[in-house]
Design a protein around this ligand. Structure first.
Ligand code: ACO
Length: 362
């Protein structure tokens, strides 16, 4: 019983060379490189390369023309199902049976196709796909993503999405990454690993409810009084969305870089967000002086995605696009480790008994 750790909190299950948030210093480094040095200097496709290959090139290949096979009205579900279907469609081998290079190339192909599915699905059913020949192969992965979605995107929107994708590409042993690694550890194909990661990400405690910050901004815009809004939320015993973090005891570094991006791009909601953030931090400090409750990634990613005209119901799908990089890196690392993940549970159910003692036995 003494080994039991609910939620595996604090349990070290793997060694990784990919990334782990620096809790006290409030920094996030991908293979040693600070995300602050990446955003604005390289594009997301190269960050995929850094995470998976440990170097910036060759990164991700262009997506193959491939229509989304599923339209449920929920982009995240469409992408999760479509990714799972890639394995039989492409005849992907199982990790146990293929070499590292093949696995890496399968991951690149699946990653870029997942992005392409999100873009096509966002474009909407019935709208003709942007012809493949109009998608410039020399463009960055995010330019191609935005072009597939919108035809001719605003370059500042491309910049915003690129910054968001980089900041959300990897974050250590979170629930979806752990899930992908568990599936990889069974020797399954990479599409199974990534689609299971997408499923884990969809829960509201992970990536499934990231649009709540926008409701707060709308409310402050409506009333024009950030202080009163913040006090009202806290007086009702509710939480301010986009503040606090399980891991960081300093400002979430992703909030820092995305705040900078929002400022540099002139996001429409920058000022209201800053006013809300100022009011929230002051009030949280006054009410919880012993606890660092700083801004987390969710707050400024909502502002940046909103600026890029990404609808709130697409935020989880955007998170998926970003995180395929981290999942891919971990799946490959797990393949190399080659050991199945199989924790234990302490049995606390009924003592041995006969079936006639169980309700419903006739
Ligand atoms: N607003 C108000 N009070 C808060 C907040 C907040 N955002 N976050 C924590 N607190 C308070 C709690 O009420 C608690 O007070 P108490 O000790 O008097 O009960 C204290 O701070 C500690 O809170 P915990 O729940 O122990 O903090 P934990 O580390 O478990 O939670 C979490 C982290 C879930 C992110 C929390 O801060 C929260 O709910 N934030 C709001 C939701 C949010 O922004 N989610 C996105 C997180 S980013 C990400 O996951 C990618």
């Amino acid at each position: 019983m003494s080994d039991f750790k609910p939620g595996l909190e604090g349990v070290v299950a793997f060694e990784t060379e990919i990334a782990e948030p620096d809790k006290a210093g409030g920094s996030l480094r991908y293979r040693g490189v600070d995300i602050e040095d990446l955003i604005g200097n390289v594009s997301y496709g190269h960050v995929w390369g850094l995470l998976v290959d440990g170097r910036f090139g060759p990164g991700l290949p262009p997506a193959e023309p491939f229509p989304v096979p599923v339209h449920t009205g929920d982009i995240r579900v469409d992408v999760q199902s479509a990714v799972a279907m890639l394995a039989p469609y492409w005849g992907l081998g199982q990790l146990l049976d293929i070499g590292d290079e093949q696995a890496r190339n399968d991951l690149a192909r699946v990653s870029v196709t997942a992005l392409s599915y999100v873009a096509q699905s966002a474009r909407g059913v019935g709208r003709p796909a942007v012809p493949q020949k109009e998608i410039d192969k020399s463009a960055t992965i995010v330019e191609r993503f935005m072009r597939r979605w919108r035809g001719e995107p605003d370059p500042r929107h491309v910049q915003a999405v690129d910054a968001y994708f980089i900041s959300a590409a990897e974050h250590g042993m979170n629930a979806s990454t752990f899930t992908s690694r568990v599936v990889a550890s069974t020797g399954a194909d990479v599409a199974a690993c990534i689609s299971s990661g997408i499923g884990a990400l969809s829960g509201p405690l992970h990536g499934g409810a990231p649009s709540r910050v926008l409701h707060m901004l709308e409310e402050v815009e409506r009333t024009g009084d950030a202080d009163a809004y913040v006090k009202g939320v806290l007086d009702r015993g509710e939480r301010l969305m986009g503040f606090g973090h399980r891991v960081y005891r300093a400002e979430d570094p992703r909030a820092r870089v995305l705040r900078r991006t929002a400022r540099e791009l002139g996001a429409e909601r920058f000022e209201v967000a800053e006013a809300l953030e100022r009011a929230a931090l002051a009030e949280l400090k006054a009410r919880k002086p012993d606890r660092v409750l700083a801004t987390n990634v969710e707050f400024w990613s909502a502002v940046v995605l909103d600026f890029a005209q990404v609808p709130a119901d697409m935020f989880t799908a955007m998170f998926t696009c970003a995180r395929v990089a981290g999942w891919s890196a971990h799946i490959l690392e797990q393949k190399r480790l080659g050991r199945i993940v199989r924790p234990s549970a302490t049995y606390v159910g009924p003592a041995p008994r006969t079936p006639d003692s169980v309700e419903g036995w006739n």
